[in-house]
Design a protein around this ligand. Structure first.
Ligand code: CDP
Ligand code: CDP
Length: 194
């Protein structure tokens, strides 16, 4: 039986960093599901058709990490048919042997409600904005506004809103170094049988 680790949380909380480290530690595959929504948003045209026809080239565009791509992703992510078109691919990936780590917003609640490990990674708005501003070499106030707007849209949508699963473990990384956050996540996954 494959082992699935679901990691959710708001923008720039550290999900991807923790997910990559867990995958590397346990020899699991990793899927950054946010990239799927970013690719749909960046493709333009009809978002439902874009989601249904997403190919490998769409996921390697070099403009997917921008704040604009994040906003476009969050808009198309509220469309039920877009989410439906991406569901099966994510569920199949989650069944990878010997295990898989998926990070996003609805992994523990909708995509993999049976995941063996569920983490909900958070950090204060200010810390998240600072980290993302350094990463993108952008103005921290502009990034803070962008993250808050996106989080509000992600949490308020009707379909698969961003929220911790009832059985998720919360990991607040506000005052943690990357190494500390990774160590806590590995410890938790080991306890759960990874
Ligand atoms: O995937 P997500 O958007 O949640 O966040 P990330 O890309 O993993 O992390 C955002 C930025 O915060 C990266 O530059 C990380 O290196 C940094 N980070 C940090 O400084 N401290 C942590 N405990 C976790 C991440
Ligand atoms: O890295 P960051 O946390 O800033 O964003 P991301 O994980 O790349 O996600 C971009 C956007 O895609 C989010 O703001 C959500 O609107 C959407 N998303 C989603 O709805 N469901 C997921 N499983 C992953 C991302």
């Amino acid at each position: 039986m494959p082992f699935t680790i679901a990691i959710d949380g708001p923008a720039a909380s550290g999900k991807g960093t923790i997910a990559r480290a867990l995958a590397s530690h346990f020899g699991f595959r990793h899927l950054d599901t946010g990239l799927l929504y970013r690719a749909v948003g960046a493709k333009g045209g009809d978002p439902v058709a874009a989601a249904q026809n997403l190919g490998p080239d769409d996921l390697t565009r070099d403009d997917l990490r921008t704040a604009e791509a994040g906003q476009a992703a969050s808009r198309v992510a509220a469309i039920p048919e877009v989410r439906a078109a991406l569901t099966e691919f994510q569920r199949r990936f989650a069944r990878s042997e010997p295990g898989a780590v998926l990070d996003g917003r609805d992994i523990g609640t909708v995509i993999c409600p049976q995941a063996e490990v569920k983490l909900y990674v958070t950090a204060s708005d200010e810390v998240r904005a600072k980290r993302r501003a350094i990463e993108l070499d952008a103005d921290v106030d502009r990034i803070l506004t962008e993250l808050r707007e996106r989080d509000a849209r992600d949490a308020a949508r009707d379909v698969a809103p961003m929220r911790p699963a009832a059985d998720a473990v919360l990991l607040d990384t506000s005052t943690l170094s990357i190494e500390q956050a990774i160590a806590l996540a590995i410890e938790h996954a080991k306890r759960a049988g990874a």
